[in-house]
Design a protein around this ligand. Sequence first.
Ligand code: NAD
Length: 684
Amino acid sequence: MLKPGDVVFYARSPASEFCDAVEQVIPNNSYFHVALAVSERSLVEATPEGVLERTLKDSLDDNQPGIVEILEVKGIPESTILKAATWCRSKVGFPYNDLFSADLMNSDDLESYYCSQLITEAFRGVEMHWPTHTLNFLNCDGNLIEFWIEYFRKRGRPQVPQGDVGSHPGQLRRSPVLVLKMRILPTKMNLNTLKESKLLELSSHFVGGNHVEFVSNRQFPVMEPRSGRKLATWHYANAEQVDLVVKTAKNAQKTWAGSTWMERNEVLKKTAELLKTHCDDIAYWECLSNGKPISEAKADVLSCVDTFNFYSGIAHDLLGHHIPLDPTRYAYTRRLPIGVVAAIGAWNYPIQTCTWKTAPALACGNSIIYKPSPLSPVTALILGEILKTAGLPDGVFNVIQGDAETAQHLIHHDDVTKVSFTGSIPTGKTIMAACAERNIKPVTMELGGKSALIVFEDADVDSGVACAMMANFYSQGQVCSNASKVLVHKGVLKEFLEKLVKKTKELKIGDPLKDETQVGAHISEVHRTRVEGYINGAINEGATKICGGDRIQVPGLENGYYLSPCILTDITPNMTVYKEEIFGAVLLIIPFDTEEEAVGIANDTDMGLAAGLVTKDLAKSYRISEQLNAGNVYVNTFNDVSPLVPFGGIGESGFGRENGVAVLEHYTQLKSVFVNTGACPNPF
Ligand code: NAD
């Protein structure tokens, strides 16, 4: 976070009598302390205990500010700034100037400094344009503040030095050569009042265990899909800020990698507990920022509980092998963390995607920088707060907000050693190329799909309908593994379609915050229009709309992005909807006669994320599952998920896996050690 020479201001003090009294002496000022960074991790500050060098974290813990601002000195030669930092360091151990005297002498007649004086002295002779300041101990009525009368009396000075030359953090802060770099809100979010909290006002990013606001010229709106309302304006991180976050994560990873399995287990287990305790409130924010029904959001949070629980007990799967080679030689393998993971997520399962990457990455001893989609950027920040509360060391989990540009800075950073991506195929290709460009980075690709569900003639039709709806209408159809192609044997087509259409029309579309809602809002106006485009395009190409595809006006939420689930028939292989991922609630009915025909249609794509079948015939289910080109196959179910079971695609749907023990491969690197117990034989 820090660069030597940065000036660190502390504002909005805790309720301490001393801080209150400091704040009062400049009207409308809430700065009560200032320090100077002397390295990337530490700062020097004059405190009543004397001049100290300590980490930013220790300083924050001690001073308990409500806001910290880090300012860079601009327009001054670098060597001058470094000289100031070095000078400051040379004063470590000097006492506190408890009299605030301009001659640097305290009540024991020793050379000494108070906080702002240390900074002005460090920059002595440099034109910093500090506003002139004289010590003031008067309140707004012009009377001496009682606290200061008593303060000086105790130090043998019956006269308060009113009007003497001095300095004050609030005055130094006004120097035009100090440029705000970032604002940190170290106060913890109150998880118990999460739902009512001013979470959105906190800050855009979570870095080094704190809520951080970077000063950046690129902003984005945090939208509420259920109402179309802007909830907040947040900031994208730029290259410099990304660099800072990566450095923070890199530093923190060293400590985390050295933690024992029990320490990691404890943090992950506690995280699971906290997620469970605060499930309803987290689901509220997920619902608000994503538009999915609250019942689904709660299920998502509970699935995160399972994921953290599962990886909390994964230590035995991170062991290496002992490989005897001959009586005097053996080898062993070690499974080591990769380092700093850059994780980039899609918007459809915000907290779940973040958790699927974070839990195993942490279990393996990595640090992680998560970049959510700007379309649903909120709940990753809550996960940050929960991990911190669970005892995760600061800087091991970080969240930065950003778009493609920010993500590219992250991917191209030399100190990022692994990229895990969830998103669309075109973006995946760009990211893979970027991972190869700079330094070879291993990458996980969880990409889009074009899946099929096959309903066989022997199927329980009601079960088939349930599978088809699950495979298309959950989360407004915005699910990567969704089977938009529903292949129905002609023998059951009529009954299947009747039941499906009836059930689809009965779906309750409405305010996602209501418990009874089954279909909420699409993520954005742009995305809703894109889904409509697929429906209209299909109709233009000859498809028949059976139901849905209509914009729905939810009373009181008229600007929300609602669209009723749609069923299309008369689909042909040349249609765009047949070939492309729709990522919306659009179900395509495709009749078939034979097994071969069904498998052919299901596999008629370069993608391979998922496939499903509905049948009572066990032998058939085994036979067909073998033939389907997909990373995940569902029999008499769809989109089932468990932290025990690997999830991922083949073909254009990507590679690498999430969940299960399989994911550990992707967050560790293997080292082989050969050991010769005797003398090394000389081959020459
Ligand atoms: P997207 O590819 O547009 O964006 C995904 C993420 O990548 C976002 O955080 C975005 O900011 C970032 N990004 C965008 N362009 C980038 C670039 N050029 N370089 C680096 N980062 C960039 O995808 P989306 O619209 O957010 O999500 C929908 C897609 O995600 C669908 O295709 C869906 O199938 C897929 N998805 C896949 C899975 C899976 O597990 N396989 C899960 C969920 C979603």
